[in-house]
Design a protein around this ligand. Sequence first.
Ligand code: SIN
Ligand code: FE2
Length: 209
Amino acid sequence: MPQRIAIAPGVFLWREKFSPLEQKKLHDEVMARLEQAPLYRPVMPNTGKEFSVEESNFGTLGWVSDKSGYRYQPAHPVTGMPWPAIPQPLLDLWAEINGGRAPECCLVNVYRAGAKMGLHQDRDEKDTSAAVIGVSLGDEALFRIGGTSRAGRTVSVSLASGDVIAFGGTARLAYHGIDRIRPGTSRLLPGGGRLSLTLRRVSKATGGA
Ligand code: SIN
Ligand code: FE2
């Protein structure tokens, strides 16, 4: 079993948590589900500028961005269909790391050559008690994470295929982003690129699940 590596307070990394065979299976399962919930290119609130990544979601609530803002919604913004269920290996990973209530959202990001993700906080969730968990597949990415103010010091870590990152507790609202990917470092995705799967709890418990 891979060892948990402490990156910063509340930030943990597991190298190759998913073996090459598990990565391939997970990749194929994700691709199959994306046929029901196709990747699309979101735009920024207000400016309408296109993201450099393509996105979709799995789970009961998907994170979307459009000209009116960021929000969670139960249906795909293009097809109007409910999001597919979160693949079981990701639910198992969540249970192992976070326990408690299952994640409601698995955001899918696809980074082709040149795509990146600016520094931001994950703060559209009403429940921030559980850690955010990210699974990387495909090309390596340079991930950066800091504190809860944009101006604070940051640390960078390279995320390779099969790696898992988690940030919770005092780091749950930490600024983070992807500075760049390193094209050609993995052959997992046909045509190259990186796929990230970000698991989150969204809503507060209402007594039931
Ligand atoms: C995100 O923060 O939304 C994505 C991070 C990643 O792609 O690993
Ligand atoms: Fe994020």
